[in-house]
Design a protein around this ligand. Structure first.
Ligand SMILES: [Zn+2]
Length: 339
């Protein structure tokens, strides 16, 4: 069997705090004399029977982890380590997602909070060779006017290279707020050339995905796995060329599916959808990027199909065409090598 860790890929769904190494979280907490909640760092908080899993358990753990990130140094460490960890898994391109609002109180505002991340992304790119770009994501639990402010901030840093903002997202609990309320923020981002990459269709089903498509005009959807429940919707996604950032470990940890064999990637792929696998929050799910490919290998995906998924992730990234061509050739070489 070919080594999936050596398969070149792009990583399009990873959250800033959720990317943190467990050891880093523990070190930052200790340095600040903060006690982490029981079970946070060994996945016991989320490893419960599937009917007890869910968003609130996850949110509590995520909020506790985010509380330790209170300095420029810790933010730089997180970006740098995310790049190193992606490099170790043959990721060529990382599009890391951040809502700078959470860190703004400790850094002097959302602008410096974002600029630290962009600056370190550039440095980490030079150090690791992984192209790191940033998705600025608004949160469904905040007022939509704040999303517009974030969109304007994102627009000022829009570009397509390492250390640039390359997209605008919407994260947090899908069940919060009315999707149409965020349409104006996404319009601001789109005017600046930033494609929309909102979450949708993980906790909620096809109706939610339809709302996200109708109001936010996404280029990619974070998750979107539950589009598999509606063939008309899935056909619409395929026709529109909207890629799905699928994160099997996340789906299982949040109780959307009882185990990774039930994550319907096969249905999505058979329908012709572009799927880009992502780790979402490896800190909490203890499952990184290559693990998502391993999960599909366990479902019966062949090496050629797994290489096809990696190629899908590269094509769905916002990297320049020259970089994509290079990585696609590397994927072909991985598949052509003797297994
Ligand atoms: Zn996510």
């Amino acid at each position: 069997m070919r080594d999936l860790n050596l398969l070149p890929k792009a990583h399009l769904h990873l959250h800033f705090t959720g990317s943190m190494r467990v050891a880093t979280l523990e070190r930052l907490a200790e340095r600040q004399g903060m006690r982490l909640p029981e079970g946070l760092t060994d996945n016991r908080a989320l490893h419960v029977p599937s009917d007890q899993r869910g968003w609130f358990r996850f949110q509590r753990a995520y909020d506790a982890a985010r509380k330790v990130v209170r300095s420029e140094e810790s933010m730089r460490t997180i970006v740098r380590e995310a790049a190193e960890d992606d490099a170790a898994e043959s990721s060529r391109r990382l599009e890391i997602q951040i809502d700078p609002t959470s860190y703004a109180p400790f850094l002097g505002g959302i602008t410096p909070a974002l600029e630290i991340v962009l600056d370190e992304a550039k440095a980490a790119n030079a150090a690791t060779g992984v192209e790191i770009a940033v998705i600025v994501a608004a949160s469904r639990i905040r007022h939509p006017l704040e999303a517009r402010t974030l969109a304007r901030l994102a627009a000022r840093h829009a570009g397509d290279g390492p250390g640039d903002v390359v997209g605008f997202g919407l994260s947090n609990d899908e069940r919060r707020g009315t999707t149409s309320q965020w349409a104006s923020a996404f319009r601001i981002a789109r005017k600046a050339g930033l494609p929309a990459v909102p979450h949708g269709g993980e906790l909620l089903g096809p109706e939610h995905v339809r709302e996200v498509i109708d109001h936010l005009a996404p280029t990619r959807i974070g998750h979107g796995v539950r589009s598999s429940e509606d063939s008309d919707l899935l056909g619409r996604i395929v026709d529109a060329g909207i890629a799905l950032e699928v994160c099997p470990a996340s789906n299982v940890s949040l109780g959307v599916y009882p185990d990774s064999h039930r994550v319907p990637v096969r249905d999505l792929v058979d329908a012709g959808a572009t799927v880009a696998l992502g780790a979402d929050d490896p800190l909490l799910f203890l499952s990184r990027l290559t693990d998502q490919y391993e999960a599909l290998r366990a479902q019966g995906f062949t090496d050629a199909e797994l290489a096809g998924l990696a190629a899908g992730s590269v094509r769905a990234s916002f990297a320049c065409e020259a970089s994509k061509r290079t990585w696609l050739a590397e994927i072909d070489a991985w598949l052509a090598a003797e297994d």
